[in-house]
Design a protein around this ligand. Structure first.
Ligand code: FNR
Length: 393
């Protein structure tokens, strides 16, 4: 309400409230390389397009004369923690290629808006610096790109540092043991992990175990041979081959807190998450950046919710661009949505304030959408499949 009223009166926002304009405005500011990396998808972009299109198959059925005493309650509970809003900031790597302040700006903005920050293993800022920016009150979760088992010592080092720095949950991304077939980046000859605009600030460089091993093997410090070190770090966190379900026990043994598996797209895998005893899963196809031709993430969400929704926390991402998108994913049974590219558009356009603005706008839009549709809260009793109708076009 506050944003809406100020928006209509005197408030000068750092960027437009028109969510559909953010992408083009941000892209216009970026180099071809960074633009390609941010907006690019796998293959022909079919799955990324399906992610977006899936939302318009569902329509909200607004109810009238629902006597309300205030605005809808947006609070939720995930991983045993009560949170004011049903969104989190998705893990996005190498943010310094989008804004020199990188993850420091987005982690600070997330804390300011009361939204959990999920830090990527591929961040351009160290675990400790992100924790400092996110502050004492910030809720932060660590996303793991899981090194091959021969690098368990590096995995343990990262987990230990994350725990010490106040990251309370571990999100393990399962769909990216290699980067996807991304023709745009290949045309540009661009891999941000190997480029000088991200090199030297990547998290691996601050990891003491990685640094020590590099020195031992090559006789020089990572700073003395940054390109080589970057290549080695990249092949450590993107090992090229996948772990198996049986390997999860290792992470469970060494992470004292909730574990959430990110990248689930089938009912069978969702059931295996339950069998393994993890606390949550993210229905995600990485924003269509990994397997092109894959199903839209929203398309598979209801089936996964029906199979395991009462047994662990279901997070959702891939395609969230507006308040109504969040409402629909929650109505279909997700407990929380992760916002990916949109907050990076905010980071490009306005740094910390830009990220804040994007989060605030999405939440304001969600709040008003629910309010005017007669939906009193994001709880299952109010926001469920009964408020949606499928409109196949
Ligand atoms: C990502 N994503 C991602 N995921 C992850 O687990 N670790 C990471 O480091 C990254 N890095 C990353 C970089 C960029 C530029 C993008 C666009 C995405 C995927 C991200 O967490 C999320 O799954 C998608 O962004 C969701 O799709 P939308 O919201 O971008 O459509």
């Amino acid at each position: 309400k506050q944003i809406y009223e100020r928006g209509l009166q005197f408030h000068r926002p750092p960027l437009t409230f028109q969510t559909t304009h953010w992408q083009a405005q941000a892209e216009a500011r970026l180099s071809a390389n960074a633009r390609g990396y941010l907006s690019g998808s796998a293959g022909t972009g079919e799955t990324a397009a399906k992610n977006a299109a899936a939302f318009s198959r569902w329509s909200i059925l607004p109810k009238r004369l629902v006597k309300t005493s205030g605005l809808p309650d947006l609070s939720t509970e995930v991983l045993g923690t009560k949170l004011p809003f049903p969104i989190a900031v998705a893990p996005v790597g190498v943010q310094k290629i989008f804004n020199p302040d990188g993850e420091v700006a987005s982690a600070a903005a997330a804390a300011r808006e009361g939204v959990p920050f999920i830090m990527s293993t591929a961040s351009s800022v160290s675990i400790e610096d992100v924790a400092r920016a996110n502050g004492e009150d910030g809720v932060r979760w660590f996303q793991l790109y899981w090194p091959a088992r021969r690098h368990d010592d590096i995995t343990l080092s990262m987990l230990g540092r994350a725990r010490k720095a106040g990251f309370s949950a571990l999100f393990v991304t399962l769909d990216t043991y290699m980067l996807g077939w991304r023709p745009g980046d290949m045309d540009n000859g661009y891999n941000p992990f190997l480029r000088s605009d991200a090199i030297g600030v990547a998290i691996g460089f601050s990891d003491p175990v990685f640094r020590a091993q590099f020195r031992e093997q090559h006789g020089v410090d990572v700073e003395d041979d940054e390109h080589h070190a970057a290549a080695e770090w990249t092949s450590t966190v993107f090992p090229g081959v996948s772990h198996g379900w049986e390997d999860l026990a290792f992470l469970q043994q060494h992470w004292d807190g909730p574990i959430v598996l990110k990248g689930i797209q089938t009912v069978e895998d969702a059931r295996r998450c339950v069998e393994c005893g993890v606390q949550g899963l993210v229905v995600s196809n990485h924003g269509g950046r990994q397997v092109d031709g894959g199903i839209s993430s929203l398309g598979v969400l209801p089936r996964i919710v029906d199979a395991v929704g009462d047994q662990l926390d279901i997070f959702f991402d891939s395609g969230i661009r507006a308040g109504a998108d969040i409402a629909k994913a929650l109505a279909l049974g997700a407990r929380m949505c992760l916002v990916g590219r949109p907050y990076i558009y905010g980071l490009v356009l306005g740094g910390e304030d830009g990220v804040s603005h994007v989060l605030k706008s999405l939440l304001g839009d969600l709040e008003l959408t629910l309010h005017l549709a007669g939906i009193e809260s994001v709880g299952k009793e109010h926001l469920n499949r009964g408020v949606l109708e499928r409109e196949d076009r």
